[in-house]
Ligand binder design. Structure first.
Ligand code: AMP
Length: 177
């Protein structure tokens, strides 16, 4: 790991995107910088290398880009949690509330094994609503969620109150806009 790499330098902050009042944290600056991207995956591996995790579940679509190299490095399965209508097989689904309106996530039933210990991840945790819906679909298949991970966390939006007692880890946190 390289302590000199500052993740914050690679995360662009875009005010009023996608709508007025939102400060958008853009992680694409990490992906276009191979040493920073590698450092990010190294730090994720360091956080979880001694944990008993059977599989990683990742949220479409920015969650996928961090989860794929991470799961490959840990040598464990990667389960894709997608927006409704994208997965061709039989699915478990969960509707959840967005700031305006609702959304729905799905996972292939065949990918979730009862009793598995799963780490759920996304690029960024804001209110925690998306990760909580992901937990719901995995629990429908009898798995347990043993942790949540976001490259970026916004704890001032109180995600921990939505995610309960399940541990949450992030690589970088921002504390207000
Ligand atoms: P939430 O369900 O509120 O935790 O929102 C998390 C999801 O919305 C993630 O998939 C993020 O990519 C996206 N998201 C929410 N807020 C932001 C933000 N300020 N900057 C970038 N992405 C965000």
């Amino acid at each position: 790991m390289n302590a000199h790499i500052i993740l914050d330098d690679a995360i662009r902050k875009i005010p009023d995107f996608p709508k007025p009042g939102i400060l958008f944290y853009d992680i694409t600056g990490i992906l276009v910088n191979p040493p920073v991207f590698r450092e990010c995956i190294d730090r994720m591996v360091e956080l979880y290398k001694d944990e008993r995790v059977d599989a990683i579940a990742a949220i479409e679509s920015r969650g996928f880009v961090f989860a794929a190299p991470f799961a490959e490095r840990l040598g464990i399965p990667l389960i894709l949690i997608r927006k409704k209508g994208k997965l061709p097989g039989k699915t478990y689904g969960c509707k959840y509330n967005l700031e305006y309106g609702t959304a729905e996530l799905e996972v292939h039933q065949a990918d979730v094994k009862a009793g598995e210990r799963i780490l759920v991840m996304d690029d960024l945790i804001a209110t925690g609503g998306t990760l909580n819906a992901a937990r719901n679909v995995l629990e429908q298949g009898g798995a347990s969620v043993v942790g949540f991970f976001g490259v970026v966390g916004l704890p001032f939006l109180n995600f921990q109150s939505v995610l309960g007692t399940i541990p949450v880890q992030t690589l970088i946190e921002y504390h207000g806009e």
